[in-house]
Design a protein around this ligand. Sequence first.
Ligand SMILES: Cc1cc2nc3c(=O)[nH]c(=O)nc-3n(C[C@H](O)[C@H](O)[C@H](O)COP(=O)(O)OP(=O)(O)OC[C@H]3O[C@@H](n4cnc5c(N)ncnc54)[C@H](O)[C@@H]3O)c2cc1C
Length: 391
Amino acid sequence: MAERYDVVIAGGAVHGASAAWWLTRARPGLRVAVVERDPTYATASTALSVASVRQQFTNAVNVRISRFGIGFIRDFARHLAPHGPDLGLRENGYLFLVGTAEGAKALGQVAAMQRAEGAATEVWDAATLARRFPWLSAEGVSAASFGARDEGWFDNMGLLGGFRAGARAQGATFLHDRVTGLGLKGGRVTSVRLSSGEDLACGALINCTGTRAAEVMAMAGQALPVEPRKRTVFLIDAPNARHPDAPLIIDYQGYYMRPERGQWIIATVPAEDGPCDAQDFDPDAGQFEELIWPAVHARAPGFDAVKVVRCWAGHYAYNRLDQNAVVGLWPGLDNLYLAAGFSGHGLQQAPAVGRALSELILEGAYRSLDLTDLGPQRLLDGTPFRELAIV
Ligand SMILES: Cc1cc2nc3c(=O)[nH]c(=O)nc-3n(C[C@H](O)[C@H](O)[C@H](O)COP(=O)(O)OP(=O)(O)OC[C@H]3O[C@@H](n4cnc5c(N)ncnc54)[C@H](O)[C@@H]3O)c2cc1C
């Protein structure tokens, strides 16, 4: 007979582990199984992320998610005690640079919304930028926005490890296996087929399979517009640009960078962007010389002597409709939930999304933070809920 679980979670990286922790915390004794095909997480976005958190989003719901997320990340060790490490949060802020008058106007409007939500976003002119960060050139900058608190970076694998250990301690079962099929009856997922041949009977399924979320939806006969898109990240040594207090800079010229233990993490959004092979993790090493370095050097003259220490490629679970997360119950199926399509900002959203899914599954409604805006119905309607502050 198939083993029965109240909730089966497909995918055991940060979103799967967070949902498992919140569910088992809210209801001790709940039978939760997390199925993870690769517990080394070698190619999970969670492990390949640049692990940063910001308040500067253009949708209020994303700001609210991060308002909760930053506090949770800051106090992770206490929330997860004794299973969560200190995540070493460095609150250096995010600095967005824009280069047009329209961009400056939009920045001001969005910053007002963020402040109304409790963020500390400041908007600067070029002269203020030059005064605050004299090692940066303000050339071409029409305005900048800076998060004076609650933004920075942290230990991604600590977040995952803490949620996993905490969920296990609360009774969740983690299985090293792959979800290969779903059993459906009367508009419900009744069982989950694993590559080992085992079937798990389930009360509900959460799809947390990241870049492969569309594969799992296809097992239920549903189309999800989420696909892997490659992003190459460079770790750079720049001996003449040692600025440990630098923020994470997002330049309108198409790259972002932040300090990392005496070195720098730098990446770009490729001009030719499209879906990639789910197995292709070869970094596009040429991007640094061709695209990134000229722009970085023009912005920060200290980057005159640089060495690429290493580079790696990770995949965004890219939501083609609007590059925003898809969270909630899939329309037409009574018990199939999603946490998918996070594009480039899903790590910081894991604490709030796991809590929200736990509420939705156990209580039938969002209680603490309403994530209805991120619901999957918009995909079926073709109605984008766009997040414009996309990196
Ligand atoms: C280069 C890069 C930089 C990023 N920077 C940031 C950042 O600064 N801040 C931020 O908030 N976010 C960032 N992100 C995004 C963030 O990393 C992701 O949104 C987040 O980690 C997604 O977590 P997840 O659990 O949904 O998916 P993943 O981490 O991709 O995990 C999905 C898991 O599902 C498993 N799986 C897949 N199919 C199956 C199956 N059939 N059966 C069982 N298991 C399966 C996989 O093995 C994997 O472990 C970045 C991403 C990348 C690639």
